[in-house]
Design a protein around this ligand. Structure first.
Ligand SMILES: Nc1ncnc2c1ncn2[C@@H]1O[C@H](COP(=O)(O)OP(=O)(O)O)[C@@H](O)[C@H]1O
Ligand SMILES: [Mg+2]
Length: 248
């Protein structure tokens, strides 16, 4: 990223929106889906707003496996994160980096979005993840500010926004309408199930049939929905299918 650059560069209108949202109750498999659903490239340029350390990497610790088993570098201050992100992005090489502010707020989330917006470059793909979005957004308002802009304008600049939340009724409709890809796991309530069912043309019975680490994956356009099963990730006795393991 150039120092002080205020805007995304190299607009390319031919780029498709690849934004994806992930929604399931706690333990339903949102963070696992971000890592393994094939929506993030295998060798990504990836920045994560990770206030609860869901992608921490501790060598040899099966509970802190980073991102799909790869190391993620976490930083707690804006200065450190921004410097390391700029260095990684300038290198032209893949990276996985996370911002984990000590006191996460909407303001911190928007600062993260601002940095992504300034960095993105239509000549190459940049993936950004926002964990627990419902805490940093207002369900009753349109998502204005930089997050909204990353979603509506980011596509042309190679930005791919991954938003993660437990309840779809708690996030603004901009998030759903601007994310052609949607990964739906077990739902917390009827109202959440109905909202996602309506978005993706699924029945309540379809959604009720889900178990943790199983999902419906909407791939854009009415009726384009496939099933996804990631139980094999932690249960090696389950055979994996080619469909579930392909990467973007
Ligand atoms: N490191 C791990 N080792 C074994 N099982 C895991 C691990 N991480 C997640 N899981 C399993 O996957 C489920 C979903 O986890 P996760 O994606 O973190 O849920 P969410 O992000 O929706 O809260 C967990 O309930 C657990 O069964
Ligand atoms: Mg999670």
């Amino acid at each position: 990223m150039q120092q002080g650059r205020a805007m995304a560069i190299n607009k390319d209108n031919s780029l498709k929106a690849l934004h994806c949202c992930y929604t399931a109750g706690t333990g339903g498999g949102k963070s696992v889906a971000v890592q393994y659903a094939g929506t993030v490239p295998a060798n990504p340029c990836l920045a994560i707003f990770d206030p609860y350390g869901d992608y921490e990497f501790h060598r040899g610790d099966p509970k802190n496996r980073g991102f799909a088993g790869k190391k993620v570098h976490h930083f707690e201050t804006r200065v450190k994160f921004a410097n390391q992100f700029a260095k990684a992005w300038r290198s032209g090489l893949p990276f996985r980096i996370a911002y984990m502010p000590k006191e996460p707020t909407r303001k911190e989330m928007l600062w993260f979005c601002e940095l992504m917006w300034r960095a993105c470059d239509g000549n190459r793909r940049l993936d950004m993840v926002i964990e627990e979005l419902a805490r940093w957004t207002d369900s009753n308002a349109k998502e204005t500010g930089r997050l909204g802009e990353c979603l509506t304008g980011g596509r042309k600049f190679g930005l791919v926004v991954h938003t993660v939340f437990q309840r779809s009724t708690e996030v603004s409709k901009t998030i759903l309408s601007q994310s052609p890809f949607k990964i739906i796991g077990v739902q917390e309530s009827r109202s959440d199930a109905e909202r996602m069912g309506k978005e993706c043309d699924l029945t309540l019975a379809d959604i009720k049939s889900l178990e943790p680490l199983t999902y419906f994956k909407a791939t854009g356009g009415l009726g384009n929905v496939e099933k996804l099963d990631l139980r094999h990730i932690f249960d090696k006795s389950r055979a994996k299918t080619a469909k579930n393991t392909k990467t973007a």
